[in-house]
Every structure is written in C-alpha cells, then in structure tokens.
Design a protein around this ligand. Sequence first.
Ligand SMILES: Nc1nc2c(ncn2[C@@H]2O[C@H](COP(=O)(O)OP(=O)(O)O)[C@@H](O)[C@H]2O)c(=O)[nH]1
Ligand SMILES: [Mg+2]
Length: 340
Amino acid sequence: MSNPELHHNRSLSYDPDVETVVSGIMGGDRHMLSRAITLIESQRPEHERKAHEILDRCLAKKTTSIRIGITGSPGAGKSTFIEALGEEIINQGLKLAVLAIDPSSRKSKGSILGDKARMEKLSARKEAFIRPTASSGYLGGTSPKTHETILLCEAAGYDVIIVETVGVGQSEVLIETMVDFILLLMLPGSGDELQGIKRGIMEIADAVAITKTDGDQSNIAGVAKAEFTAALHMLPAKYPFWERRVFLTSALTGKGVREVWQNIQDFFTQIRSHNLLESQRQKQLRQLLYTVLEEMLKKEFFTDPEVIATKESVEERVLSAELSPFSGAKTLLNSFTRRR
Ligand SMILES: Nc1nc2c(ncn2[C@@H]2O[C@H](COP(=O)(O)OP(=O)(O)O)[C@@H](O)[C@H]2O)c(=O)[nH]1
Ligand SMILES: [Mg+2]
C-alpha cells in the first residue's frame, strides 16, 4: 500500500452511503471529509445529488467557525504565510482547515503539489486539514463549491477555515461572500500598484500584510507600510468599529505573524460583540442561494433540447440583422419556457 496511486484507485471503488459519510465527517474522519469534497467538486449529476444530500445532513449540526480569506498576487507568499499562521493557530489548540485554491492548477497538477509542499509542516499536523483545489475555471479560483466546502469543514469541527485565493479582478467579490475577514498580502515593492488594479482588493481587505520583509527588503518595507496605511485611510470604512491595519511580516522569520493572528481574533471579538456575525452569515447564505440558482438556470437553459434546436437559426438571424439581439434572446427564452 506504499503506492499512493494504488491506494487512491482502490478507495474510489469503495462507495460508502450518505449515512456513513455524514457520520464520518461529524466524527472528524478526514477521509470522509475529503470524499465529500470530491463529490462536491464533481460535475457528474449523481455525485452532485449525493453531495447535496450529505451537505443538507451536515447543516443540521449548527457550527460556526472563524472564516478567513487570504488573497494576493501569485508569488506574494500566501501559501508560505498560511503555513506560519497555521502553526500559530493550531498551537492555540484550534483545528484548522485550509482550502488552497490555485488557478494555475488547471494547467498543471504540479502547482497543487507545490502548494501542499509549501505547507508541508502544517500538512503533517493532525489538527490541520489542507485541501488543494483546482479552480475549475473561476476567476481567482473561488466558486459556490468553495462555500459548500467551507460548510462541510465546519460540520467536521474545524474552528478556523482559511481560503487561499488569488486576487484578480472580480474574484475578491466572491470571496467576500464566503469569509468574514480578508487579509491582503502584498510584496514590499508593490506600492506603485496602489493606483491600479489593487484598489478593488484594497476596498474589501480587513487588514494588509506586507510579506517577505526579511533581508534586503527591510528598508522599502517601511515605505510600503506608510503608503498602504495612507491608501487604506482614503477608502470608506467597511465597519464603523474596525480600523484596518498594515503589518510587516515574514513567514521565514515569523515576524508579524502573531500580530496578524491577534488582529484577526480582535476582529472576531468586535464583530461578535456588535452582533454582526450572524447577520453577515445570513447575507452570505442568501447570496449563495441566488448564485447557485442562477447557475442552475443557465445550465438548464443551455442544455434544453428546444433551446439547442433553435439557437443556431436565431443566432444567424441576429447576425444578419434580421432580428435584434433582444428579440433573439426573447425567442430563445420562449422556446425554453413553452415546454414547461
Ligand atoms: N524571503 C522570503 N521568501 C518568502 C517568504 N514567503 C514566501 N517566500 C517565497 O516566495 C515564493 C512564493 O511563495 P508562495 O507561498 O508559494 O506564494 P503564493 O503564490 O502567494 O502562495 C516561494 O519561493 C517562497 O519560498 C518570506 O517570508 N520571506
Ligand atoms: Mg499559493
């Protein structure tokens, strides 16, 4: 059983029922948790059905966790920082789940292994569950499936859940719908970027950590800190009770890591004392409901035989200006609803 691939194949042929998976998850069996996540990620309808049965059952166990999103450019040091932060967290006696989402993993499986290797020490701890996930085509890698995975991890008793995501374009808006605290990681030399694309991410960040401030980077790090602090002050406050701070950190030396964890804990103390955590979670669930509904509708629509049969001719008529895009869309929608 030394060959992991062999083990993998054998475990696939073993197909436990919903009951077994659910009680496994709730009993802290990480193999059952992994299996359920694989079902969630599967595109096969019978897997999806089973996954949702499992999820429904798991929701019965009302649990809350500290949900943290860690975002930043590729190479900013996210995985390495999570390894350091994770040590801090589990040393406090907490159970930690890390959902590491790497958009590049679509192309090469290597980067998934790379991330897991970067969190090698954490992977070895029984208090930590690390799940590298392919991004399945979503910007930044987060999808409704990530949210479902978070819910499963909560049922499995994880106290803290970290989602690692790449901050590109709209993805951070999605991450905001599933975590409570967003930590933005920036390289010390990246102050110039403040003018441009990072603004969107800055707006949703609850704290900023400047990474790799060890060795030669120490000098420019101080400048970067001042720049980021000033930039944060220009942005409208996310919460009236929360002042966003900038930390100088190094995952290599451990500098600033404890302070960041303290800051995150302070945030949760505050948001709980303002009774906002519960309402925030409800807002997130409502958003998830409609995001998933939209996806389901789209899928139903585009796989509908009537729509498929009509699509080409409608498209031709629109392209030859015989039909406006609006009338074309209406025609297609009618062919979809007529049969219902
Ligand atoms: N000097 C230094 N290098 C770091 C630090 N954190 C990460 N790195 C290096 O930066 C590279 C990218 O790190 P990684 O965690 O994979 O970044 P990610 O793509 O944001 O997850 C790796 O080669 C790390 O060894 C740090 O605190 N100090
Ligand atoms: Mg990474």
